[in-house]
Design a protein around this ligand. Structure first.
Ligand code: DOR
Ligand code: ZN
Length: 440
């Protein structure tokens, strides 16, 4: 290995694309310069990673950085600080923030803000709406944009495209993969009058039932086939969709949320009440099991947290007045590592879902793999470390997590972004140096 590096990570077990290897990694100018025994090579900074796993920088491709109180001004610094504490090197931020990201002006606002204030690298979604269709082709190729996001069913915010005519026009208005919130809005609205304020929290999954999600996905797949426009179905939550989407792999990729892999009804509503309410809902055990089967058989491409930090006071309201959405950007990696330790997936599959997967699906350049020339983004993991996730560890102002009290095995102990260590042992280092991710 060549002589001098900016950073040398010695002695860790590196999760290379072709397998795990106990080896060293040399970094120069923010990029991976060498992989192999470092021998007598020197470096400006060294990390001794003996006993640790060195993963390619893990990505959360589904966050809503929109903190309580002030919708936006504080949320990029706090949300991305939570991300690096949780072992993430990049997050992709949804457009239903305040302001919504739907045109060149609002996009420029978020691009600038991300470049100045983010602790980790960021990708930005642009919202597709009924009124910005002519602009989408240029918006989707703007700096840092990971995808157009379409809310085909209502959730937080006012971005919504419920009808086939507008959905088809959006699909015909560009090239890149579109990310969808898939719940059929007509069915949601038709069922709403069946429920009243104060009904049990578990009625959330009866109102937004399996058919809402499945029907939404069937409609989107018909349009995607017709138009040839690639689709990424976010937070797939039913066994029916997971089964069905296997016949659409030519056109569709699949995200599953960590919540749908960790919690199920009715337990989640009995114990968490409003703090378990999200869209699409956490459902019964058969869906949880189907999600794990889809992880095992390869149907799932990416895993996200859907971090959506609603204030505690709002989540304490009776159903359905409590807003839908759970915090998650800080807990995603610890909870997934615990699943690895429990034998539910391999560490290699976790890396595939959380680094290589998002890079491939969204076309992120130079991210997601430990290979020479790629960005030197790493998540250092202690697979044996045991800890309890608690609300007081959460740094976003919401200050709560649906995983409060969960004992986990496996913890991120270092976050390195483009060769710079930004988190070590629960401590954030330096100043925010996040950049916009470059996409194909
Ligand atoms: O539960 C959710 N909350 N699901 C979404 O799709 C949006 C999110 C939010 O923005 O609050
Ligand atoms: Zn979301």
């Amino acid at each position: 290995m060549a002589t001098h590096f900016d950073l040398l990570i010695r002695g860790g077990t590196c999760m290379l694309p072709w397998g795990a290897a106990e080896t060293d990694v040399g970094v120069r100018d923010g990029r991976i310069a060498a992989i192999g025994p470092a021998g007598s090579a020197t470096a400006t900074a060294e990390i001794v990673a003996t006993g640790l796993h060195v993963l390619p920088g893990l990505i959360d491709p589904h966050v809503h950085l929109r903190d309580p109180g002030d919708a936006s001004i504080e949320s990029i610094p706090t949300g991305t600080k939570a991300a690096v504490l949780g072992g993430l090197t990049a997050v992709f931020d949804m457009p239903n923030t305040s302001p919504s990201i739907v045109n060149a002006e609002t996009l420029a606002w978020k691009q600038g803000y991300a470049a100045r204030e983010a602790w980790c690298d960021m990708g930005l979604y642009v919202g597709g709406t009924k009124t910005n269709i002519p602009d989408l082709a240029s918006l989707e190729v703007a700096a840092g944009v990971c995808a157009v996001k379409v809310f085909a069913g209502s959730s937080t915010g006012d971005l919504m495209v419920e009808d086939d005519e507008h959905l088809e026009r959006i699909m015909r208005a560009g090239q890149r993969r579109i990310a969808y919130h898939s719940e059929d809005e007509y069915r949601l609205q038709a069922r709403k009058p069946n429920y009243k304020s104060g009904d049990p929290y578990r009625f959330h999954m009866e109102w937004r039932d399996e058919e809402c999600a499945f029907l939404g996905t069937r409609r989107l797949m018909a349009l995607a086939r017709r138009t040839g426009r690639p689709a990424h179905i976010l937070h797939v939550s039913t066994w029916q969709e997971l089964d069905y989407l296997r016949d659409y792999r030519d056109i569709a990729t699949v995200e599953v949320l960590v919540n749908h892999l960790t919690q199920f009804a009715p337990d989640v509503y009995d114990t968490l009440k409003g703090f378990g309410v999200m869209n699409p809902p956490i459902r019964g055990r058969e869906h949880y099991e189907a999600a794990w089967a889809a992880i095992a058989n390869g149907t799932v491409d990416t895993i996200g947290s859907d971090h959506a930090p609603h204030p505690k006071a709002a989540k304490l309201k009776p159903w359905p007045d409590c807003p839908a959405g759970l915090t998650g950007v800080q807990t995603l990696v610890p909870v997934m590592l615990d699943h690895v330790n429990a034998g539910r997936l391999s560490l290699a599959r976790m890396v595939d879902l959380m680094a290589a997967g998002p890079a491939r699906i969204y076309g992120a350049l130079n991210k997601g793999r430990i290979v020479a020339g790629y960005d030197a983004d790493f998540t250092l993991v202690d697979l044996k470390k045991q800890r309890r996730i608690t609300n007081d560890w959460i740094v976003t102002p919401a200050g709560w997590t649906p995983f409060d009290g969960m004992q986990v095995t496996g913890w991120p102990v270092g976050t390195i972004i483009r060769g710079q260590q930004v988190m070590r042992d629960d401590e954030v280092l330096g100043t925010p140096t996040g950049k916009l991710v470059a996409f194909r």
